[in-house]
Design a protein around this ligand. Structure first.
Ligand code: C2E
Ligand code: MG
Ligand code: MG
Length: 717
């Protein structure tokens, strides 16, 4: 319990978030995750060729002939076989994006940096035996470690040069546009970056090192040479293999010499003993690792996968688990290594290393007590769990051992899966709160939310896409806030307020999603949906005998660009056979209402239908009394910022008093929004305003609750 708290407590989550967000680790992990579509396609290619069922293999052979594996191989050739350059590109790209986020006015096109990283990697590789060809031997997963380092170093080197304005070639021509000038600014730093990597390669060659990858791999496996076949060595082998994977180095390949020298020869010795009818001399063999400690792939990731299925529905982690399940059954775990990712993920480093070690120790002792027959011949690596156990031990004891190990691994991974889930939520909430703040302050460097770089832009784009499906998925609904005549307590109107219940996030505030809808041009469709739904509600109430309540619906200024708007509104009203005078369109005047744009003509058309027009949020920043002359206004809604301090500020009460006088002489109705206290209500009444909307009476209500409020009415002031 205490250990659990230590790992998963509130303070611990803050600590984990700090570590997980370490800048470079975050960038690289993000870059790895972006390659997931490529990785999944590659894993499928491997599976198509290696699906370990004899009938399938014969069927494919019979139908497609000898070359049936070509398709899967070509998929692999284009994906996992070239994963290093793919990833080096995304790493460079991501580092440039982070730079742009911090320096929006000095942004560099991220593709340029991605390409540079790609070229730098090719520049330092050992060329293929065929002249000029891309060297296939190191561009796959084996080459990833050098790719990660090259990505980071080349991008940072390039940016450090790019920051020096003196190195930028200035170029601007009206014909070729501003994009070209960005390309020219990058010219000298780009050439210098590639040159630096080429020089590094020249330097290494003079030292006699042509193949840097081999050098790295050689250095890694050397200290392990000469280890004996005992439990301590096996633990060390596991530790090294997993830690290398964590660093992005193909652990199994890097430790291949150790594997061949100690564990493959042990496997062969066991095989020979079995054929001679003798007892097997070794417990720990290649088959031992493949069967009992690498179920689902390095790190016993099948246990992790099962643990991932315990997280909440709808989380990204669960989605990755679902995608990874089929390949993992056949021990293909690239989707987890690079999708979660496990590589460079400090949250998972402990269970990723500890699980195989723990399983090695447990299995070793079970076998040495004679409860598990030593493993014999090699089992095909794609053989699913339980079958592979049976084949390795030659009895069901092997499958039982696998079940025990799977469960043990599950228990080790589980707390960390929940930490990762919380850290993700923590991070999402922080960005989401920033987004909410940003939606209220659009006049920053970026005019739109969806165009912003980084996480805020990413979440905005996801939400904007989800919003497009919100009507079809029935996620939108209306709440109604009563508008009350304070002298009679009667509800004279209601305002329809749009709500969006997002499947994962829950309620998204209208201040955010209306902005998004306006940005992506979806506001016309949403606006008409609101109009129609509020008409339907009026009809439902009228059929129940509730009349005399005017329904207000909000109209965004962006909708006033649609010349067909009056006709669409009329269609809604006629569909339910309503009298247009029971509907009122509220237009917010702070958002660019202008007669120059023809808004007055459109509003006049709507008024002529018989629909009333109200100006919303009157008194906020952009207010102008000219509106009263230019637009056919039936009602003014005083903004909350004026109403808030009406009882304490002489200026606010003076302004409201003059607006009230003006409304009286122009026969415009006056409503005060955001009325929250009795003293505000009394003061407003004294100033000549007596229709109120606000929490003093009621917040926005469900249709049913609003119906009850209309019937009951409210107290008078
Ligand atoms: P609005 O039209 O000015 O709506 C009034 C907002 O004030 C509502 O917020 C309401 O819940 C809130 N409110 C009401 N009484 C009080 C009070 O006493 N105190 C405080 N602090 N707040 C109060 P909501 O529902 O979050 O809507 C925010 C804005 O989103 C609306 O401001 C409106 O501009 C926009 N909106 C909502 N529904 C629609 C819609 O269907 N179409 C369009 N275009 N915009 C909409
Ligand atoms: Mg409104
Ligand atoms: Mg308002």
């Amino acid at each position: 319990m205490r250990l659990d708290k230590l790992i998963q407590g509130k303070k611990a989550v803050v600590f984990w978030s700090g570590i997980a967000n370490l800048e470079y680790l975050g960038i690289i992990r993000n870059a790895l995750t972006l390659t997931l579509p490529v990785v999944i396609a590659g894993a499928m290619g491997v599976l198509i060729n290696n699906f370990p069922v004899a009938i399938y293999q014969t069927f494919m052979q019979d139908v497609f002939g000898d070359g049936w594996r070509s398709f899967g191989s070509y998929v692999w050739d284009g994906t996992l076989a070239v994963l290093s350059p793919v990833m080096v590109f995304t790493i460079g790209f991501n580092i440039a994006e982070r730079y742009n986020l911090k320096n929006p006015l000095d942004a560099i096109h991220p593709v340029i940096v991605g390409l540079l990283a790609f070229c730098s990697l090719l520049a330092i590789m050992e060329p293929s035996t065929k002249d000029f060809a891309i060297p296939y031997n190191w561009v796959g997963i084996h080459g990833l470690f050098l790719a990660i380092i090259t990505g980071v170093v080349s991008a940072e080197f390039f940016i450090s040069l790019y920051k020096r304005r003196i190195l930028r070639v200035r170029f601007f021509s009206e014909e070729s546009g501003a994009a070209m000038s960005g390309v020219f600014s990058a010219l000298i730093p780009a050439i210098a970056t590639i040159s630096a990597f080429a020089l590094f390669k020249v330097f290494m060659s003079t030292l006699g090192v042509n193949d840097i990858h081999s050098l790295i791999y050689g250095m890694i496996s050397r200290p392990f040479a000469g280890l004996g076949n005992n439990l301590g060595a096996a633990v060390l082998y596991n530790f090294a293999r997993q830690f290398l994977w964590f660093l992005g180095i193909h652990g199994s390949n890097a430790m291949e010499p150790v594997m061949t020298e100690i564990y493959v020869s042990a496997m062969k010795a066991n095989e020979l003993a079995i054929s001679l009818g003798e007892t097997q001399p070794f417990i720990i063999t290649k088959t031992f690792f493949d069967t009992y400690v690498s179920m689902g792939g390095a790190g016993n990731t099948l246990s992790l996968l099962i643990a991932l299925f315990t997280v909440k529905k709808g989380s990204g982690m669960k989605k990755i688990a679902q995608i990874s399940l089929l390949p993992a059954v056949f021990n293909i775990n690239e989707t987890l290594l690079f999708g979660m990712p496990l590589v460079l993920n400090p949250i998972y480093i402990f269970p990723f290393i500890a699980t195989p070690i723990a399983l090695t120790v447990v299995t070793y002792y079970v076998a040495s007590f004679g409860l598990l027959p030593s493993s014999g011949a090699e089992v095909a690596w794609t053989t699913p769990v339980f079958l592979s156990g049976y084949a390795a031990a030659g009895s069901a004891a092997g499958s039982v051992m696998q079940l025990v190990n799977l469960s043990l691994g599950f228990l080790i991974y589980l707390p960390f899966v929940h930490v990762a889930e919380r850290v993700q939520r923590f991070k999402f909430e922080a960005t989401y709160n920033e987004l909410l703040k940003a939606s209220g302050n659009l006049e920053s460097t970026y005019a739109t939310l969806t165009d912003r770089p980084g996480e805020i832009g990413a979440i905005s784009r996801v939400l904007a896409n989800d919003l497009l499906n919100s009507i079809k998925r029935n996620e939108l609904f209306l709440e109604y806030q009563p508008q009350v005549d304070c002298t009679t307590g009667r509800v004279v109107g209601v305002e329809a307020l749009l709500r969006w219940k997002h499947a994962n996030i829950g309620r998204v505030p209208p201040s955010l999603f209306i902005v998004l809808a306006e940005e992506i041009g979806f506001i016309d469709e949403i606006g008409i949906w609101v109009c129609e739904e509020s008409c339907r509600q009026v009809k439902e109430w009228r059929d129940k005998g509730l009349t005399g309540v005017v329904m207000s619906f909000n109209v965004s200024v962006k909708q006033l660009g649609d010349a067909d708007l009056p006709e669409k509104i009329l269609d809604c009203i006629e569909k339910y056979g309503l009298d247009p005078s029971c509907m009122k369109a509220e237009v917010t005047e702070s958002t660019g209402l202008s007669s120059d744009m023809g808004h007055n003509i459109l509003l006049e058309e709507i008024r002529r239908l018989g629909v009333k027009i109200a100006i919303d949020d009157f008194g906020m920043g952009h207010s102008s009394l000219v509106y009263l002359k230019q637009f056919p206004v039936a009602m003014i809604k005083l903004d909350g910022s004026l109403v808030k301090d009406v009882a304490v500020s002489k200026i606010s009460s003076d302004i409201i008093s003059s607006i009230s006088e003006l409304c009286k002489s122009m026969e415009i109705e006056l409503l005060a929004e955001f009325v929250e206290t009795e003293s505000q209500a009394r003061m407003l009444k004294e100033l000549g305003c007596h229709i109120f909307q606000g929490w003093l009476y009621s917040a926005a209500l469900s249709p049913h609750a609003c119906e009850e409020a209309i019937i009951k009415g409210f107290r008078t002031y």
